[in-house]
Write a protein that binds this ligand. Structure first.
Ligand code: GDP
Length: 366
């Protein structure tokens, strides 16, 4: 599955957020209760209002949302790249994730110690980014030196990876994270870069943790973070971990009231989960029938057989066609039969790139 790693300095609210996330998942998806894979990893249901609408039309007995994982990565402090705090353990954890949710402390509270002795989320972000860049720089310098020696016609692997190593090194030496070049890369280069397993090549989402009073409005700290994030082309969301941990324990209706009284129209966690999902460049397609309406996750750009393979490898191996209706057509026309009658059901082949919201029946050989 796809994993978002939650990082941040100590005492910024990572665990509070992580615990709230794992509680709310249990409430949202009774059939897939939150499950702890490891003590610090949890799977959560991805909230998607389209599921209810599809299920209503198809009279489905069950709704099954799709899920993503969050990992609470503790132990990052100034000096982590030199082995301070949990040092290497932390670095190993972060290599396993696909995207980074960077929690920044934007709340004042004299009772909660700040490791650096002051509230400065932009400074905190730089502290962590610096540790990650140093770790990448050191590991790359070592590997690039070897690759340069080996990069001859005889060692094609080294020849292939060296340009991406050099490009990454150049960025890091200029004090820039490797992810700043992601948007300019071709697919082959992206794949090579992924293989390098760097820490600063993951996409980042900044989460500003604010006090309850600032949850609806943000504050001067969150504005500073938003400005920094915009300059990097990154997204920011404002949540109050304190509110979220309360809301996560309430039944739906009560949660809505509680949020409404605070001037919020949606739980911050729902926004966080969805932001994590889009940060990973994931999209959803649906299978819809009387038994269940179910959401499935694929990477944007996945073709029909690959999408079928998410359900079962047999579906991919024996793939014949994908009987497909766009979500909007399914809803506006009122289901599969009327969509078919209106000519809005397509029989797609193995080159079809599955779109977000597609309602699909796969036909396959067994
Ligand atoms: P972590 O070290 O980043 O995982 O931080 P924790 O989630 O353990 O939080 C550290 C302390 O800050 C705990 O005592 C939390 O209750 C407190 N805390 C977390 N979020 C908030 C918040 O939004 N406001 C206030 N006042 N305290 C918070």
């Amino acid at each position: 599955g796809f994993k978002c790693g939650i990082v941040g300095l100590p005492n910024v609210g990572k665990s509070t957020l992580f615990n709230a996330l794992t509680r709310t998942a249990a409430a949202q998806a009774a059939n897939y209760p939150f499950c702890t894979i490891e003590p610090n990893t949890g799977e959560v249901a991805v909230p998607d209002p389209r599921l209810k609408k599809l299920a209503a039309i198809a009279s489905s007995k069950e709704i099954i949302p799709t899920r993503i994982s969050f990992v609470d990565i503790a132990g990052l402090v100034r000096g982590a790249s030199k082995g301070e705090g949990l040092g290497n353990k932390f670095l190993a954890n972060i290599r396993e994730v696909d995207a980074i949710v960077h929690v920044l402390r934007c709340f004042e509270d004299d009772d909660i110690t700040h490791v650096e002795g002051r509230i400065d989320p932009v400074g905190d972000a730089e502290t962590i980014e610096t540790e990650l860049m140093i770790a990448d720089l050191e590991s790359l310098e070592r590997r690039a030196e070897q690759a340069r020696k080996r990069a001859t016609a005889k060692d094609k692997d080294s020849l292939t990876v060296l340009p991406m190593m050099e490009a990454s090194l150049k960025l890091l030496q200029d004090g820039k994270p490797v992810r700043t070049m992601l948007k300019d890369l071709a697919d082959e280069d992206l794949a090579i870069l992924r293989g390098l397993n760097l820490l600063t090549s993951h996409p980042v989402l900044y989460v500003c943790n604010v006090s309850e009073e600032d949850a609806a409005t943000g504050n001067a700290h969150t504005e500073a973070v938003a400005k920094m994030a915009a300059a990097q082309g990154a997204e920011t969301i404002v949540v109050s971990a304190a509110i979220e941990s309360e809301v996560a324990q309430l039944p739906d209706e009560e949660a809505k009231e509680f949020l409404g009284a605070l001037g919020l129209d949606e739980a911050g966690l729902d926004r966080l989960i969805r932001a994590g999902y889009s940060l990973l460049d994931l999209i959803t397609y649906f299978t819809v029938g009387p038994k269940e309406t179910r959401a499935w996750t694929i990477e944007r750009g996945t073709k029909a057989p690959g999408a079928a393979g998410v359900i079962h490898t047999d579906f991919e191996r024996g793939f014949i066609r994908a009987f497909t209706i766009a979500y909007d057509d399914y809803i506006t026309l009122g289901g599969e039969v009327p969509a078919k009658e209106a000519g809005k059901a397509r029989d797609e082949g193995k080159e079809y790139v599955v779109q977000d919201g597609d309602v699909i029946h796969f036909r396959f050989n067994t």
